[in-house]
Design a protein around this ligand. Structure first.
Ligand SMILES: *[C@@H]1O[C@H](CO)[C@@H](O)[C@H](O)[C@H]1NC(C)=O
Ligand SMILES: *[C@@H]1O[C@H](CO)[C@@H](O)[C@H](O)[C@H]1NC(C)=O
Length: 417
């Protein structure tokens, strides 16, 4: 069955007039594709990990008492797209933080090194594993370069929509409408307040649902107590299943970790901090090193996990400076890749992510009753180890192909909106 693939969307946009590039979609491997022309790309050294890790470290500790969900892979790709529109210091600063060390004139084919992410996101979307979309809304009073529109369509499949931000009501309506429609997510109201002089609004949307290879048996799902903190408890639907999974005990960090394979290249990592250690785990853990630092082994585990559906709207304009991207979010930013006009550039950038976790999986739970019976025979002595996620925990969907976190979630209260 379909794992309930879900849309992930990010959009916004009011369109007074919509500029649609006429260029046909170009196959990634077409030899004359513009970002393939420059042989220099082979020499471009980039360390994608540095940015993704900084992002995870920053967002995971902010507002630790709330749920959060975000996609480092999607945010990186969205920022790479912005490099097409920026010049001078704005560009150099952006690329530095993304892991490149280039001068402005060397920067023309950085897209090439993001191809691996772009293609991966497109592939996962085709496989209906997630929904991913970038939206760019630009002030319709600006005269923008046709070349910019063409390039971001060709490389990122993103269409720019021109918006009259001065007409606040209409702009808001149009943006929300576009996003909801293209993201197929009716519950993501995007815009609260926008400056009428906004030059550009970037919305990066991703959603994912159904992350289990083997479904949970919904007959085993029951209401149970989830301990949000010392003072707050909520009743949640707790799912349960017993199967072989990678188990690891992170003693110094005070956490227990299991890893389940979702598809061949995607792993779901669940981190359950011990009582009283949630905040210290947030501060100290580093998924990549900790995953290799601690021994793990295959064990029969009884996994007890709440159902949840969480959504986050992250204001990247506030987050980017903390990561070192300062220039792009100031009014002095140089957007000469988009327009020749000179004006104080007000931009907004948002990341939206949703994840729905329920019983659904690619295979029905009953299909594995046999496997389980066999497993039991093989591991007769081993009682399944019970692991109950009835207090705040972390969930990572890690892509083995790109070695990047596709989704990071901090679940503090599975009932919270
Ligand atoms: C923006 O950068 C371009 C390219 O380096 C430069 O020609 C232009 O003068 C810059 N614009 C501003 C306003 O600094
Ligand atoms: C991840 O990829 C490496 C190399 O491509 C492979 O050897 C390894 O088995 C993969 N691991 C998982 C969990 O898929």
């Amino acid at each position: 069955m379909s794992p309930g693939k879900m849309p992930l969307v990010l959009i916004l946009g009011a369109l007074i007039s919509s500029i649609t590039c006429e260029s046909q979609s170009i196959k990634w491997d077409e030899p004359h594709h513009p970002w393939r022309r420059t042989p220099r790309s082979q020499d471009v050294k980039v360390d994608h990990e540095v940015f993704a890790q900084k992002l995870v470290k920053t967002l995971i500790v902010e507002n630790p008492n709330e749920n959060v969900i975000f996609s480092p892979m999607s945010i990186s790709t969205s920022l790479a797209m912005m490099s097409e529109g920026t010049s001078s210091w704005t560009l150099v600063n952006l690329l530095q933080v993304l892991g490149f060390h280039l001068s402005e004139h060397e920067a023309r084919d950085v897209h090439h090194s993001f191809m691996v992410f772009i293609q991966r996101l497109h592939q996962l979307e085709r496989e209906a594993i997630l929904r991913h979309k970038d939206f760019l809304f630009i002030n319709h009073h600006r005269r923008i370069h046709q070349k910019f529109l063409e390039e971001i369509w060709k490389i990122y499949k993103v269409e720019v929509q021109m918006i009259n931000f001065r007409d606040k009501e209409t702009a808001k309506k149009e943006i929300d409408h576009t996003v909801a429609q293209k993201a197929q997510d009716r519950h993501c109201e995007l815009i609260t307040m926008l400056d009428p002089e906004t030059f550009l609004l970037l919305v990066n949307y991703i959603s994912m649902k159904g992350i289990w290879q083997v479904a949970f048996d919904s007959r085993l799902t029951h209401q149970e107590t989830f301990f949000v903190n010392e003072h707050q408890k909520v009743q949640v639907d707790m799912m349960r299943k017993t199967e072989q999974m990678l188990y690891s005990r992170w003693d110094d960090l005070h956490a227990t970790v299991v890893e389940l394979t979702y598809t061949e290249d995607l792993a779901v990592v669940l981190v359950l901090p011990d009582d009283g250690h949630f905040h210290s785990v947030l501060r100290k853990m580093d998924l990549r090193t900790d995953r290799t630092r601690y021994a793990k082994d295959m064990r029969m585990v009884e996994l007890i996990l709440p159902k949840f559906n969480i959504f986050s709207k992250i204001d990247l304009k506030k987050v980017l400076p903390k990561l070192g991207i300062r220039d792009m979010v100031t009014t002095e930013a140089n957007f000469s890749g988009i327009t020749e006009e000179v004006f104080p550039a007000i931009i907004e950038a948002m990341h939206q992510a949703r994840m729905e976790v329920n019983e659904k999986g690619m295979r029905m739970a009953t299909d594995c009753a046999m496997d389980m019976a066999e497993d039991r025979l093989l591991h007769q002595s081993a009682e399944p180890l019970r692991l109950k996620f009835n207090k705040p925990f972390l969930m990572f969907v890690v892509d083995n192909k790109t070695q990047t976190e596709l989704v990071v979630a901090r679940v503090v209260n599975p009932r919270a909106e």
